[in-house]
Each structure stands twice: as structure tokens, then as C-alpha cells.
Write a protein that binds this ligand. Structure first.
Ligand code: HEC
Ligand code: HEC
Length: 98
């Protein structure tokens, strides 16, 4: 009946310690990043308006979306590449594919 007579199963009951909580937090963060990341991957489509339905060349796009254009690409935007690889064309697209 002294203090050394502890419950034998005390070590078997799982109580979340600091390490477990950290682990769970990391798992939650990874899941969150993956879900947010995947939804981020959908890029804005090309607007379905008179301008965008007829323009088809990259050079033409850059007149308005280059530096100093009416609607420049955001900072850090990819410098090269086919616009339509990422920005989907509108459904009523009529421009020639280039
Ligand atoms: C005559 C100027 C002009 C040309 C040429 C032009 N755009 Fe735009 N674009 C705009 C303007 C103005 C906006 C912003 C207003 C809007 O949404 O219509 C815009 C918006 C956009 C957006 C963003 C839409 C959004 O939801 O914010 C994308 C993507 C885009 N254009 C892609 C292109 C691509 C690709 C081309 C070439 C095929 C192109 N544009 C050619 C003027 C132009
Ligand atoms: C590798 C993929 C990729 C390519 C290729 C690409 N873009 Fe983008 N663009 C993006 C992403 C990502 C954004 C960030 C905003 C978003 O989700 O649309 C963006 C944003 C833009 C915006 C701003 C949209 C707004 O928020 O108003 C414009 C304008 C634009 N791009 C034009 C172009 C043009 C013109 C070309 C071709 C020269 C082009 N992009 C090629 C991925 C791309």
C-alpha cells in the first residue's frame, strides 16, 4: 500500500502527448495544403467576350496583357508558354488555333 503500487495498465492507456498532437497537426496541414493546392491549379479561363473570341496569337495577347497593356499579367506570371495550355478558351471560340 505504498506509492510504488501504481495501476499496472497506466502505460497502456493512450493519451495524446505533445508529439502526437504535433504529428496530427502536420497531417492536417499536409491534407489542407493538398486540397487547397489542387483547387488552385484551375486557372482562370480566357473571358468569353468579343476580344477574346477572335484573338489567337500569343503576340496579340501580349499587346494587352504584356507590360503596359490594359490588363497586364500579374507579377511572377510565367514569361513563356502557350496561353491556352493554362487559360482555357471559351466555348464559343472561333479564332484559329496557333
Ligand atoms: C484588346 C485587348 C486584349 C487582348 C488582345 C487580349 N485580352 Fe485578355 N483581357 C483583356 C482585358 C481588358 C481583360 C480584363 C477584363 C475582362 O475580364 O474581360 C482581360 C482578361 C483576361 C484574362 C483574365 C480573365 C479573368 O477572369 O480575370 C485572361 C486569362 C486573358 N485575358 C487571356 C487572354 C489571352 C490568352 C489572350 C490572347 C488569346 C488575350 N487575353 C487577349 C484584354 C485583352
Ligand atoms: C503555365 C501556365 C500558364 C500559362 C502558359 C499562361 N498563364 Fe496566365 N496565369 C496563370 C496563372 C496560374 C495565373 C494566376 C491567376 C489565375 O488563377 O488565373 C495567371 C494569370 C493571368 C492573368 C491575370 C488574370 C487576372 O487575375 O485578371 C492574365 C491576364 C494572364 N494570366 C494572361 C496570360 C497570357 C496572355 C498568356 C500567354 C502569353 C498566359 N497567361 C499564359 C498561368 C498561366
Amino acid at each position: 500500500m505504498s506509492g510504488s503500487n501504481k495501476q499496472p495498465d497506466e502505460k497502456l492507456t493512450w493519451k495524446p502527448g505533445k508529439r502526437d498532437l504535433l504529428f496530427l497537426a502536420i497531417v492536417a496541414a499536409v491534407v489542407l495544403i493538398l486540397t487547397l493546392g489542387s483547387s488552385d491549379r484551375t486557372t482562370k479561363p480566357v473571358p468569353d467576350d468579343a476580344i477574346h473570341r477572335t484573338v489567337s496569337s500569343r503576340a496579340a495577347c501580349m499587346v494587352c496583357h504584356g507590360k503596359g497593356g490594359v490588363h497586364p499579367q500579374p507579377k511572377g506570371h510565367v514569361r513563356s508558354g502557350q496561353c491556352f495550355q493554362c487559360h482555357l478558351q471559351p466555348k464559343g471560340w472561333r479564332g484559329s488555333v496557333k
